[in-house]
Design a protein around this ligand. Sequence first.
Ligand SMILES: Nc1ncnc2c1ncn2[C@@H]1O[C@H](COP(=O)(O)OP(=O)(O)OP(=O)(O)O)[C@@H](O)[C@H]1O
Ligand SMILES: [Mg+2]
Length: 682
Amino acid sequence: MSLSPMEYSASLRVGTIEFVSPDEIKVGLDLEAADGIAANAGVPRAFPRINSYVLVATEAGYIVAQVEWIAIERSPFPKRKGFADYGLVDLPFPLRKMRVNPLGLLKKKGDNFQFQRGVQTFPSVGEPVLLPTDDQLRAIVESGENQRVKIGTSPLAANANVCIDPDRLFGRHLAVLGNTGSGKSCSVAGLIQWSLSAIKPKQGNTNARFIILDPNGEYAKVFKDKGRVFQVRDKSHPLQVPLWFWNSAEWCSFTQASAKAQVPLLKRALRSMRNEEFEVREQLDIQIKRFLGTITISLRSDKSSGNPWGSFPRPKKFYEKVNKWSESIDALKGKLSGTDTRLDDIATSLNDYKSKRTGQYPTYEATTDEIDDVLNNLVSAFSAFGGTEQDLLPKNEDIPVKFTGGIFVSFLEALAQETGNEQYVEFLLARIRTMLADTRMKNIIGDSNITLEQWLENYIGKDQAENGCVTVIDLSLVPAEIVHIITSIIARMTFESLQRYRKINGKSLPTVMVMEEAHTFVKRYKEDVENHNASSICCQIFEKIAREGRKFGLGLVLSSQRPSELSPTVLSQCNSFLLHRISNDRDQELIHRLVPDNLRGLLRELPSLPSQQAILLGWAAELPIMVRMNDLADHERPHSDDPDFWDVWSKESERSINWQTVVDEWQMKQVQEPDEENTEDS
Ligand SMILES: Nc1ncnc2c1ncn2[C@@H]1O[C@H](COP(=O)(O)OP(=O)(O)OP(=O)(O)O)[C@@H](O)[C@H]1O
Ligand SMILES: [Mg+2]
């Protein structure tokens, strides 16, 4: 039997609007509306169901609303059509009411429907409330453009596909929140895998970049074959974050340098390391170039401070300095081959300057012309040896230029002696020495041959991502003392390299950085105190990425069980949320504050979500939606199965103990190679 459109729409009717205010719409359900399962939409569907969708027919189209609560009110018995019940005393009757939240408008477009966020006109009282058909539900859930990646289905909308636009999901930071075991890691691993498999590259391989910072070592299992996994003690892919990557803030935080005495010293030592002042053995040309560069800088500063013509004794001091330069240049000239004339002009002009200041009472003051002449010759000699203006700029203490730990320590020692600060740096030096000697740390930060370029190729990926799209950085075996520093360095290096990439290429390199257990690494900290501890340094770099990453194509995915402990700055910069089950009060409260009022109804379902189900809301979702995430097969799931107490206790599953191996590892007697068989809970 086919129904006419009018009859059909009448058959979908479940109630009428009884009350409308800007933030509340109440619906009285019809007596004959379904109670449990509705069959009027063609397929059986749970109705009335919290958070399911209903439609209100208006002239502009259907207003889509979400059911917030359902209740029974004792009301006078409703008038029944065709009944003349004069003389009957109506007893109060339990009538069903529900409150609904308007979300948007569903318009007919050709044979299909189109959903639009936002409602301009509210319905009026008396208007019928309808159950959506499957097509309509699909149009609501599958609305939006570029829905390229299917992540699951919507149990509240006839299992319509839920798809996302990766530009939206990853471009403006995503927070995946939920209690332990609620399915966060599976969702994160899934989002990456589903996205990668949905990409159809125009030619060659996929040029995507995901960097997973994995404190629990869960992801190695999933991405071992599909990407690069870096682990401490892994022979072929060891986790390496050389100490010359560290910037001054990271050094200060690690050594707990005191702001007054130690920080300036540490910074000075780093600056020297990075300006390569410590290198002595080198080619003659480079040596001359450096020397010329140094005196150019010095002469310029003398000139601008007026030393050559200032009051006594500045010109005399200046003269003495130039004298030394002249001697050195003559000596260097002697080392060059006889036909090499590159130092001739500067040597002559320095000798000219000197010859005018001989005799018993010379006037040391110089004219600007004289100084300019020397300076010009100096600069041309400098460029003859390959120097550029760029080389004359002082390098700051934070650039990643290679140096070794040993040289750094001895330099710092010498510097402290020179400046009479020995007593202040003792602790500092001790800490650095301990770190350099610690075998657990040495593997990660110690001297290795890796260059900056190789590191970027390994960790961020090669051109066209030809060495894989996913990097897993397993932080689980990084010693606790340095895990925050290491994490923040990796995050900072990624951010800064993408920043530089965009500066040079004018376009960004879209990259996603995943931070698991974000509450330990992006932990809120007190802003009023001077914060140099490792955890706040780490949080600060993530705050920076959250604020500025979008511009450089760096998207964040944070996963956490304790949203209330996360940095508020980072959370407020997240534009999309995937919320799994959250039952804790404080965490719920926090989530409620993140979303507009009219969505809170949906969030009330958070404590009762089964695992693998989540609510997606924010920039990536056209409307907040409940998703049942796609199924992941065993090998696609992160290694985070619940411990099998019962099976082990009852010897279903074998566990033997050899504490000696633990002791040896602990006391650093020998480096234990992780045994694949034993670490897998298979
Ligand atoms: N999409 C999915 N496909 C298959 N199984 C899933 C899925 N999502 C969750 N699960 C199941 O839920 C379990 C817990 O999920 P998961 O390890 O992702 O939780 P979690 O929120 O990351 O927990 P924790 O906070 O402790 O890390 C998994 O072991 C898996 O059995
Ligand atoms: Mg997890």
